[in-house]
Design a protein around this ligand. Structure first.
Ligand SMILES: [Fe+2]
Ligand SMILES: [Fe+2]
Length: 324
């Protein structure tokens, strides 16, 4: 990079992308002033209601003693918050790279503002985990591999597709679920503040890619959709299954419940019924995740694209087609 290249930075003039930078300031929050860190985080408290937990809505789980359910739910929350704090640092790295790679003023500004947000989110999750006062479970190999793939990305469009579009859209439902189910006021407050920032990050991904799609040929658009649509359709229908059941049974065991392994078949059977109900809500268009809305807003679900990819009759694609 030479100084001369920075002398007349071009702005795309995109009103939505430019407004992201102003909103990052007008909706800014201060981690010390706007968050009451003196709020207690009690040691035995589940901090979110049990319905939040994977398998938490099954009758078998509901029949467990309160202290077992609290332990399982709290461990699950610690695990997710630990993944989120790592994810924040990954996102901060990507934004720093984007700021050095993107060549338009408004794009660079959005990336720099996001990097600041992610630094604050990282601090917030780490402080909350410290207040929980226990060693969180290590992050799972699948998530670690996904973050490594993202960190190895050099192409800006690929970085934005992966981080701002895919991961931020996927994570929005995780943030909203923790916020909705949080019973600890400190957790609820930080999730409300963080989610507000994350919707801007997702917004940048959607607006940037929608703009790219407008200028791309049908062939380019189909190839781009092909790279993401399979993963999106898998993600929005991914529900708790046998792997997660093993994790829950292990935590029930850790909580000192005898014969935890014997609960596994009933937990799984009941969860499968709940999964089918959630699928039905999705297919009827009554519970559409952010990731699917983002895919639609970017233009990945336009008829000529879904036809070219042969997914027009996929129940999720049909449900998204009904979105306004
Ligand atoms: Fe974040
Ligand atoms: Fe973010």
């Amino acid at each position: 990079m030479k100084c001369r290249e920075l002398m007349k930075l071009e702005n795309t003039g995109h009103p939505g992308i430019n407004s992201i930078f102003s909103k990052a300031h007008s909706a800014d929050w201060d981690i010390d002033r706007d968050v009451d860190w003196s709020t207690p985080v009690e040691p035995e408290d589940s901090l979110v209601d049990h319905e939040w937990s994977a398998f938490g809505r099954t009758e078998t789980f509901k029949a467990l003693p309160e202290e077992v359910r609290s332990y399982v739910t709290r461990r699950g929350l610690g695990r997710i918050l630990n993944i989120l704090q790592v994810g924040e640092s990954v996102a901060q790295d990507i934004c720093a790279k984007l700021a050095l790679t993107l060549r338009h003023e408004d794009h660079r500004n959005a990336a720099v503002a996001q990097a600041m947000d992610e630094a604050r989110h990282h601090l917030a999750y780490v402080r909350f985990l410290e207040k929980m006062g226990e060693e969180p479970e290590d992050i799972d190999p699948f998530t670690e591999d996904m973050f490594d793939q993202l960190l190895a990305t050099e192409d800006p469009k690929r970085m934005i597709s992966f981080e701002q579009f895919f991961l931020e859209s996927m994570a929005m439902n995780i943030f909203e679920a923790i916020h909705t189910h949080a019973t600890n006021p400190l957790l609820k407050d930080i999730l409300a503040l963080i989610t507000r920032d994350e919707s801007r990050h997702m917004g940048f991904g959607v607006l940037y890619l929608a703009e790219w799609m407008r200028g791309a040929s049908l062939d380019e658009r189909v190839r781009f959709a092909e790279a993401w649509l399979g993963r999106i359709l898998f993600t929005v229908t991914d529900r708790p299954g046998p792997l997660m059941a093993r994790q829950i049974v292990r935590r029930i065991e850790e909580a000192g419940h005898a014969d935890a392994a014997k609960l596994a078949p009933a937990l799984l059977r009941e969860q499968m019924e709940l999964n089918a109900q959630d699928d039905a809500l999705l297919f009827r268009g009554q519970k559409i995740p952010h990731l699917l809305k983002s895919a639609k807003n970017v233009g990945l679900l336009e008829p000529e694209i879904t036809e070219a990819l042969g997914v027009t009759d996929h129940p999720v694609v049909r449900a998204a087609a009904g979105l306004g």
